[in-house]
Write a protein that binds this ligand. Sequence first.
Ligand SMILES: Cc1cc2nc3c(=O)[nH]c(=O)nc-3n(C[C@H](O)[C@H](O)[C@H](O)COP(=O)(O)OP(=O)(O)OC[C@H]3O[C@@H](n4cnc5c(N)ncnc54)[C@H](O)[C@@H]3O)c2cc1C
Length: 388
Amino acid sequence: MTKPTMTPELAQIRDAITDLCDQFDDDYWLGLDREHKFPHEFRDAMAKAGWLGISLPEEYGGAGLGVTESAYMMQLIASSAGTMAACSSIHINIFGPHAMVKHGTEEQRKRMLPPLIRGEDLTAFGVTEPDAGLNTTQLSTRAVRTGDGYVINGQKVWTSTAQVANKIMLLVRTAAYDPKRPTDGITLFYTDLNRKHIEVREIEKLGRAAVDSNAIFISDLPVPERDRIGQEGQGFRIILDSMNPERILVGAEAVGIGRRALAKATAYAKERIVFGRPIGQNQAIQHPLAESWAELEAANLMVFHAAELYDGGLPCGPEANAAKILAAEAGFTACDRAVRTHGGFGYAKEYHVERYFRESMLPRIAPVSRELVLSHIAERVLGLPKSY
Ligand SMILES: Cc1cc2nc3c(=O)[nH]c(=O)nc-3n(C[C@H](O)[C@H](O)[C@H](O)COP(=O)(O)OP(=O)(O)OC[C@H]3O[C@@H](n4cnc5c(N)ncnc54)[C@H](O)[C@@H]3O)c2cc1C
């Protein structure tokens, strides 16, 4: 059985998203990648068609659908010419605002969600810090209470879309690290990305150049109390809530980019003639591609199994994590094989598979590494001692 099982909602998503993505071809995305330009046209089209609110409540302008539908949409986008760049231009919209849905006040939901859904607000997400790495309890960016709010100082790294965003979700310390309660004392804010107090420096990186990632330097950023999401000191738990959906979405995206690369490789293998026959007639070309098909399908089952559990209100930590790493490896391997199937032309930008290959590295690294996922499964599923 293919996953997800087709429903009327999913069929509608498939038709509409495929039509929309078809308007943005490989040359559009290659041009943006070369010029390091954000895909405003694509993002605006997604917002205009109402897709940015796919998983947000209907009363604020969203569609109120689940992670299954959201993951399916992101997978279709990843399997279009825009691959990870297209996904990253809207990714945070799909899961980030759930923090406000679940932990915000009614005033915050009314103020924050509709402009995000309409695409008028674009938010960055600042969690990672240069000296904390994957150990989020070691964050050192600090919010200090003032009369009517907070002042934030510190530094974040890899903050995607900060060149173009007007808002930022910031996870910072409001109390010193306490080794007895390491996840306490961390607070989440959703506030203006105020460039008078936040300096944004783009990081030159391997791929996905259309969507910037940055080092950001925060000096004396004033934040009103009404921009704090949830209770002071509870930010780590709030972010934990969105981790499983994010891993499921990234897994779906990784399968999508792998499918795109596999389709390109297969088409090329059928038409490229060497030694008087299509290269795809050789088993040495066929088998790696067939193996990628099998790996992508298997990973996809795990992605939508985890999504089904999440939407059913069931625990899905190990499944969401396993889906992310299985899909990331399957997607990357398919892109690698697509480049090699193209031979020398795989290295040329005009065949696009080199761009997919560069972008397919991303789900292997972010939002969490393979090593940390395996450590989590070892501890939580196998009952082995915690190693990190
Ligand atoms: C293009 C891009 C966009 C990103 N966008 C954002 C964003 O918008 N917002 C944001 O907050 N972050 C973002 N990130 C950051 C990303 O989530 C982190 O890079 C990722 O979580 C890994 O953290 P790190 O780079 O600090 O690695 P580190 O924590 O320094 O780890 C380095 C390596 O050591 C391994 N390692 C560390 N500790 C252990 C251990 N105990 N056992 C085994 N192995 C270990 C890791 O698995 C990894 O392989 C982005 C990253 C990239 C590359």
